[in-house]
Design a protein around this ligand. Sequence first.
Ligand code: AMP
Length: 277
Amino acid sequence: MKIVKTVAQLAAELNQNKGSLGFVPTMGALHEGHVSLVKQARQHNDRVVVSVFVNPTQFNDAKDLEKYPRTLEADAALLEQAGADVVFAPSVEEIYPNKESYTITHERLLALTSVMEGAHRPGHFDGVVQVVGRLFDLVRPMRAYFGEKDYQQVAIIKMMVAIDKRDLTIVTCPIIRAADGLALSSRNTLLSPDERAAAPNIYKVLAGIRIAIEAGERDYRKAEKEAILQIDKNRYLCTQYIEIVDAVTLQKADQTTKDVRICAAVMCGAVRLIDNV
Ligand code: AMP
């Protein structure tokens, strides 16, 4: 496995080999969720490139960016085991030499980015679309792997690929959870023991809504309200949103919606966690 830090080194590395290329973009502080993406990519492709880049343009909160965990050495060890061929770990200057900024203008993208995460984290998806576009241009993969953990993100990336007519396949991978149900996240390492003990309640409540919907519940607004009350009963948890949405359009689901997704963002102490079922 090679670790490269510059665009020039990456290009040199990619030029050496032909065959199918799988790509897994990450922000590092890797865990079994990321590893599952790399393993999928390993199965499907001749070569696997993983990027480790904490993208500043997708952080709407400077403190969140500052405290985001950075563990490149441990990440490299995990990636080697998972079967990555190339790790691209660039500096911010390498990705944005001219301090570029980006704003989404396409209407079909705005429909997806203006809700949920986009509504609560202004500018977040502008940064996500910017960095993923840049990384796709540099890596030119045949397939790229994303986790369903960031459900809205995958929908947006798929739309971006369709709008730009990019010649690559987006592969969505299931959410990997801890034994107690908490979705694995790099941010989980920032939780205190008490917060970590409280965090699995988020998934418990989401799973409860799923059961209710499967049993015929169709008053989605009532279900959202009750779930928020249930989560916020825990002193460490404070819900930002729970939304039962159309799984494709991400707009609020109603009784006519065929396929629904239950999405949540919850503050656990000072750490913002997201999950969905
Ligand atoms: P991040 O490093 O948080 O930007 O995540 C990089 C990729 O890993 C994204 O596509 C995430 O959706 C995915 N990912 C993060 N956590 C999980 C998880 N628990 N299960 C599956 N995929 C995940």
